[in-house]
Each structure stands twice: as structure tokens, then as C-alpha cells.
Ligand binder design. Structure first.
Ligand code: SAM
Length: 287
């Protein structure tokens, strides 16, 4: 495998030969440092079994690393047609291991690609990184086995929201939904200068391990409703911010052993699930 990797042309040559100037509209910031792409690939668990789905391979830096680290069945989904020609050449170096899919990752049903277990690995296009994550979380809410893991790079600010603890200023709706469904771990940061062209902010790689079942019972719809209300007015006390959802708001909050004077960021994921379950049973909430 190392032999194959050493036969490949430098990524800068590939970019020049195929005219892959970075497009801002596609969130293109390429990683050309093989040490870093190797580090991300090694952070992904068990590349050998099942299917590795890479979103946005671009010129193929991370793709090469995943193959060199042993990915046996890699499906790379890329929207930019210019990159596909370059990637076809890479696929030729790894017969039967790299499949290319031209398309929009926001529109593709990833659980239909390849064989399970499926994992996602990506240096995500930043302009749609949270939209993609929310799609995949919705998939996991319906089927916790849809993805065995996700190893994803975000802007550090998004990574902080995903991994925040209660009381932290980054703790919010995305934190709750993500941690409800997945064990989330920050792995390491990558500075802007490592990318071509450099983005404005630092990036962070985050590991997601979907839980076999969500942390506590709740419907995604009502968890979203209750977190939207609570964090929509995050500085307000719950008795105020949840008023539109529960008729006897303070009593309802107290019945769960929570303080009506608490603020959203003081509640745990399980607390929000308790509130969401109450919505399941309440008819006076417009559900
Ligand atoms: N993986 C490469 C790397 O690490 O150097 C490129 C990462 S770059 C941050 C994001 C990639 O996602 C680009 O190649 C871009 O064309 C692709 N992309 C952007 N929007 C996409 C979409 N909706 N579906 C699939 N790929 C997309």
C-alpha cells in the first residue's frame, strides 16, 4: 500500500494539471499535507470492514490517506465535476477499492451507498457542514445503526458547540441533538495555514460514535421544539422561554424536579428529553 501511495503524483501537480483552483461557493479548502491527512484517516475506526463514505474528496488528499491506511471499500461523493477526473486516476491505482459518486451530499441517501457498517469521514465543506450533520443526525434518529461512526472536520466554533458541556456558552440546540444520539469527542485542531487556500478560522476534527439507542427516550420532533424554545431565548428563565409550550409552565417544570428559574444552558440532555416527553403527552401544545 505504501508503494502505491509513493507512485502517486504530488497533489499540487494534480491540482495544476486538472485546473482545480479552489471555489469558495463549494467551501473548497484543500489539505495537501500528507501527515495531516494521514492523521485524520488514522482517527477513523476500522477502515477495513464495511464502507467508508468520504464527502467532498476534492483533489483527493484525504482520499489517498484513507486508501493508504487500508480502506477496503471507499465511496467518495463529490459535487465538483472537475475533481472527478483527477479522482478517476486515483481510483485506477487502487483497483476495486474507490468508487466515485458525482452528486450533492445534501441530497444523497448515504445509507443506501455500499454495504454496512457505514462510516463517514470528511473534511466538510464549511458552508454546509451543519446542514450535512443535521441530515445525518436525522438519519440516526430513525436508525441508530445507519452509521457506525463519523470522523468529521468543522470550523472550531462548530466543534465547540458539538462537544460543549452544560453551563458552557457554546452549549445549545445542536449540542443537545448531537449528544442525544452520539458520543462526541474533540480530537485535534488544524491551523488555517495547513489548507490551500487557508480559511479564516481554525478547524477541528471531531469523532462521533452513534449510541445504540438515544441517551433518553424522546421524539426528535419534540426535542427540537423544546430546545428551539429554550435556546431561542437562552438568557431567559425556563418559566418564560417555555411558556408557549406548556400551559402551567412553572408547575410542569417543577414536576420534573427542575427549577422554573433555571436557564436553558443549565439543563442536561436528559432534562430536555424529559421536557420533550411531556410534549408527547400534552394536547394543548399545538403538536
Ligand atoms: N477532502 C478534500 C481535502 O481535504 O483536501 C477537500 C475538502 S473541501 C473543505 C470540501 C469539498 O467538498 C470540496 O471538494 C467541495 O467541492 C466538496 N463539496 C462542496 N459541496 C458539496 C456537496 N454539496 N456535495 C458533495 N461535495 C461537496
Amino acid at each position: 500500500m505504501a508503494d502505491t501511495a509513493s507512485q502517486l503524483p504530488p497533489l499540487r501537480d494534480v491540482i495544476a494539471r486538472f485546473g482545480l483552483g479552489a471555489r469558495k461557493s463549494l467551501g473548497q479548502h484543500f489539505l495537501l499535507d500528507l501527515n495531516l491527512t494521514g492523521r485524520i484517516a488514522r482517527a477513523a475506526p476500522d477502515l477495513v470492514h464495511g464502507t467508508v463514505i468520504e464527502i467532498g474528496p476534492g483533489p483527493g488528499g484525504l482520499t489517498r490517506a484513507l486508501l493508504a491506511e487500508g480502506a477496503a471499500q471507499l465511496i467518495a461523493v463529490e459535487k465538483d465535476r472537475r475533481c472527478l477526473e483527477a479522482l478517476t486516476e486515483l481510483a485506477g491505482h487502487y483497483p476495486g477499492r474507490l468508487e466515485l459518486v458525482e452528486g450533492d451530499a445534501l441530497a444523497l441517501p448515504l445509507p443506501q451507498l455500499g454495504q454496512p457498517p457505514r462510516q463517514i469521514v470528511s473534511n466538510l465543506p464549511y458552508n454546509i457542514s451543519t446542514a450535512l450533520l443535521i441530515n445525518w443526525l436525522e438519519t440516526l434518529a430513525g436508525d441508530p445503526a445507519a452509521f457506525s461512526s463519523m470522523t468529521l472536520m468543522f470550523q472550531k466554533e462548530v466543534a465547540e458547540r458539538l462537544t460543549a458541556e452544560p453551563g458552557n456558552r457554546h452549549y445549545g440546540r445542536l449540542t443537545i441533538i448531537t449528544q442525544w444520539l452520539c458520543e462526541v469527542r474533540p480530537l485535534f485542531d488544524i491551523p488555517p495555514r495547513a489548507f490551500t487556500p487557508p480559511p479564516k478560522v481554525t478547524s477541528s476534527v471531531v469523532s462521533f460514535r452513534p449510541r445504540p439507542s438515544p441517551l433518553a427516550t424522546a421524539s426528535l420532533k419534540n426535542l427540537e421544539r423544546v430546545t428551539a424554545a429554550a435556546f431561542g431565548q437562552r438568557r431567559k428563565m425556563l418559566r418564560q422561554s417555555l411558556k408557549s409550550l406548556f400551559e402551567n409552565c412553572s408547575e410542569t417544570i417543577e414536576s420534573l424536579g427542575l427549577l422554573p428559574t433555571a436557564r436553558a444552558e443549565e439543563l442536561s440532555v436528559e432534562d430536555f428529553c424529559s421536557l420533550a416527553r411531556l410534549l408527547d403527552n400534552t394536547s394543548a401544545n399545538g403538536a
